[in-house]
Ligand binder design. Sequence first.
Ligand SMILES: [Zn+2]
Length: 426
Amino acid sequence: MSKLIIKNGRVIDPASGLDRVADVGIEGGRIAQVGQNLNAIGAEVFDASGLIVAPGFIDIHVHLREPGIEYAETIETGARAAAAGGFASVCCMPNTIPVNDNATVTSYIVDRARQNAVVNVFPIGAITKGSQGEELAAISSMKNAGIVAISDDGRPVMNARVMRRAMELARSLDIPVIDHCEDLHLSAGGDMHEGLTSVRLGLRGIPAASEDVMVARDLLLAQLTGARFHVAHISSRHSVAMVAHAKMMGIQATCEVSPHHISLTDEQVAAYDSNYKMKPPLRSQCDVSGAIDGIVSGVIDAIATDHAPHAGSEKMQEFERCPFGILGLETAIGVSLDALYHTSRIGLDRFVALFTTGPARVLHLDRGTLAPGVPADVTLFDLDREWTYDVNKSCSKSKNSPYSGRKFRGGPVATFVSGQKVWQRD
Ligand SMILES: [Zn+2]
């Protein structure tokens, strides 16, 4: 049985409250023990001196584009980008071609991931057929095939009655409903956040209210049905406040925020650079501070990248014509350290929790801890090394990142999945 010891790192495991210099012992792909001066005889040793050693990071919101859009990303390349970003697990959204709305597509993704992905891939199934928002997808059979949640991400479910039925079914299957909260009538035709900047640039706006009204509706439906409801990529201050209120009322609501929504504002759109175009759009400074406050207060459960690769040909169009979405996996730790840790808004335990216990709890994944017996997924990162992100060296097939050329302080160093090193920084 293969043995590995990750030695002398600062081990942070929010699940157990552990934060001290220790060794992590791995045997047969599982965590054997965490302790001081573990016996290294017969074991492979990884020296983690000066590094943070955490449970494998989990990203519950990525787009891997396979099947159907393999020119932009594949399960293999997306998984490599995940590993290079310090993620040991990702959950992939169903807006592929065809949409993952039945067990055949789910099984295809599970099989491809098993063959080609260096990280764990957990598929998310569609709420409705073709994510058209009308008829429920084959949710029960997808659950048997391996989905961990349902979402029509990329699109909302506009019909409240359909959403209610979806929540009732999801509750009986004990899976969460993840909604891309956007009222399509309010956001129609918009390219960026509605505010002073959109007026100045002459671009059509997407008001924060288009998110807020859907979050409000879904929280009420979650209360009505008792379902677990999760807000994808929350971006508005009001929405964060509503989720906080819902949690206080005992509604089973959770939410995630993307690294770009805590680090960039709508003012960055001024250069009409399509790498700043995504949904929800970059919002005002007030919304950004609202999201960061939500992380500090604990309302926001997880950081999720919404990694959304698009081929260069698609993104190199006029701002109004190009698709929404940016890469996120390889820059998530750097961006989040800058926005949250180096600014002293949160400590390291909370930082690690946002990528481990937080997302694991949202989706009831048996991951995100270094407890003995669990699969040995481990993320190593550092806090102070300066490095520059070059998207042309990305593991992703696509290059649509607003962070290319940006300097970061701290970032991923190595990623282990079931005890196997799947990536290490050069
Ligand atoms: Zn979305």
